[in-house]
Design a protein around this ligand. Structure first.
Ligand SMILES: NC(=O)c1ccc[n+]([C@@H]2O[C@H](COP(=O)([O-])OP(=O)(O)OC[C@H]3O[C@@H](n4cnc5c(N)ncnc54)[C@H](O)[C@@H]3O)[C@@H](O)[C@H]2O)c1
Length: 253
């Protein structure tokens, strides 16, 4: 089986964009390693993939811990073989400007959103280099391209992730590895549901969020997953070191 199927590692696979990406890649005939902190969410994603006829393995981990990341990648390689694709999706956000940001919130956001992808990339790259092929897709954000109000640590982490993407592309293109960032606007996931349900007027907050896109709606996780699949596949072979925006025109205005 592992000889016929390509292998993808997807972080943040328990929820939202990570779950949609794992489902999409499994549908495209990848065997998928599902990496996340949330064990119950990992099982839900695995069951969804199996229901659509795909194959997935749950690999729980905390991306902030280098030793857990190294062990998770070792486990995945021994189960599934060398990874063809890594998608770094897991992320967290804190609503705060610089003055409101605590040291622990800064560490959390930078740890998950930037150090996590660094640990994953460092663990996966030697396998891709020895195969002479591989694609790393980093889910950044429009917050990595423009400033968002009261998202200081988040914007810093995502701009850092775009920078890491370009550096990896430059360093490893000649070894057959591509690295691409995707910068979504507002996407309908559990994360956004939580922000909306915590708002004083959830309906008004949703309408304001939807109005930020030129077509007046939020994106879907499947729309981001479709771009991941294109970038990771052979049709995306000329895309490298880029930061691709998928935001319904939010940052065009
Ligand atoms: N939803 C949006 O509007 C939006 C917009 C732009 C970018 N993004 C980015 O897309 C990514 C996914 O967002 P989402 O909306 O699907 O969020 P989500 O909250 O639905 O999913 C995030 C996942 O990351 C996992 N995670 C968090 N900390 C972790 C850790 N330390 N180790 C392992 N896993 C951990 C969570 O358990 C969760 O399953 C994030 O990087 C986010 O910044 C989201």
């Amino acid at each position: 089986m592992t000889l016929q199927h390509r292998t993808a590692l997807v972080t943040g696979a328990a929820s939202g964009i990570g779950r949609a990406t794992a489902l999409r890649l499994a549908g495209d005939d990848f065997t998928v390693a599902l990496l996340d902190l949330d064990r119950a969410g990992l099982s839900r994603t695995r069951i969804l993939i199996e229901k659509q006829g795909g194959t997935a393995h749950e690999v729980p981990l905390d991306l902030r811990r280098a030793e857990e990341v190294a062990a998770a990648v070792d486990t995945t390689v021994s189960l599934l073989g060398s990874p063809d694709v890594l998608v770094n999706v897991a992320g967290v956000g804190v609503a705060a400007n610089v003055l409101e940001t605590s040291d622990s919130d800064w560490d959390l956001v930078l740890g998950v959103n930037l150090t996590g992808p660094f640990f994953m990339t460092r663990a996966v790259l030697p396998h891709m280099i020895s195969d002479g092929a591989g694609v790393i897709v980093n889910i950044a954000s429009v917050g990595g391209q423009v400033g968002l109000a009261r998202r200081a640590a988040y914007c810093a982490s995502k701009a850092g992730l775009v920078g890491l993407t370009r550096a990896v592309a430059v360093d490893h293109a000649k070894e057959g590895v591509r690295c691409v960032a995707i910068c979504p606007g507002t996407v309908e996931t559990e994360w956004i549901d939580k922000i909306l349900s915590d708002a004083p007027d959830p309906g008004a907050a949703r309408a304001a969020m939807a109005a930020r896109q030129l077509d007046g709606r939020l994106g879907t996780p499947e729309e981001v997953a479709a771009l991941v699949a294109f970038v990771a596949g052979d049709q995306g072979r000329f895309i490298n070191g880029a930061a691709l925006t998928v935001d319904g025109g939010m940052t065009a205005a």
